[in-house]
Design a protein around this ligand. Structure first.
Ligand code: AMP
Length: 214
């Protein structure tokens, strides 16, 4: 089963994708994570995209489509979760072609709806475990012991450079201008499902499970 998690920054796509990886043996394909890895490892592409990402702009379609193409050629296990991809209509068309050329298809697009006020709060308080990627929040989801990851015991936590109010404003603008048209695109293809991204994490999990098991 191959699915897209669609929604603005802070909608909870990464959190839900991690859960699906653990429970359904699916593979999370987060172009944001791939770009951050490239940036951290100092590759030429990483250097090229660092400034663009810090501003909250989108990197070129060509770069992200290239990243996804590589991954689709590998093992698909329980299926792919596209997290943060596609973000433009050109990327959506490219994904359809890539899936077709590897004999696969897209089963569902799950739109995670949230309001903008909640996004600012979620994004500016969030941090992750540097070791395993578990997501935490200053107010709503602290680890049981401050500074120690509940999942892996890691003690290094990190915050994203673009999780600040200025970059977030730009990321939201990019979302509304370039990504939100995908909602209509996938509706027209009969693939769109909508869940309330503001509900409790467990309720969102259940809503997504209901779509996948339908
Ligand atoms: P994310 O982790 O999904 O919030 O992505 C972080 C940043 O990486 C975005 O603000 C963009 O600069 C870049 N990015 C991630 N995915 C894409 C994509 N599919 N298309 C263009 N830029 C992307």
């Amino acid at each position: 089963m191959n699915i897209i998690l669609l929604g603005p920054p802070g909608a909870g796509k990464g959190t839900q994708a991690r859960h699906l990886v653990e429970t359904r043996d699916m593979i999370q394909l987060s172009t944001g994570d791939m770009l951050r890895e490239a940036k951290d490892s100092g590759t030429e592409m990483g250097r090229k995209v660092a400034e663009v990402m810090a501003r909250g702009d989108l990197v070129t379609d060509e770069i992200v489509i290239g990243l996804i193409r590589e991954k689709l050629e590998g093992d698909s296990k329980g299926g792919f979760i596209f997290d943060g991809f596609p973000r433009t209509l050109a990327q959506a068309d490219a994904l359809a072609e890539l899936l077709q050329s590897t004999g696969q298809s897209l089963d569902a697009v799950i739109e995670m709806q949230v309001d903008d006020e909640a996004l600012v709060e979620r994004i500016t308080g969030r941090y992750t475990c540097a070791n395993c990627g578990e997501v935490y929040h200053d107010v709503t989801k602290r680890p049981a012991v401050d500074g120690v990851c509940d999942s892996c015991g890691g003690t290094e936590m990190k915050r994203r450079a673009d999780d600040n109010e200025d970059s977030l404003r730009q990321r939201l603008m990019e979302y509304y201008k370039k990504t939100s048209p995908l909602i209509g695109y996938y509706y027209a293809k009969g693939k769109l499902h909508t869940v309330d991204g503001l509900a409790d994490i467990d309720d969102v999990r259940a809503a997504i499970a209901a779509v996948l098991d339908a």
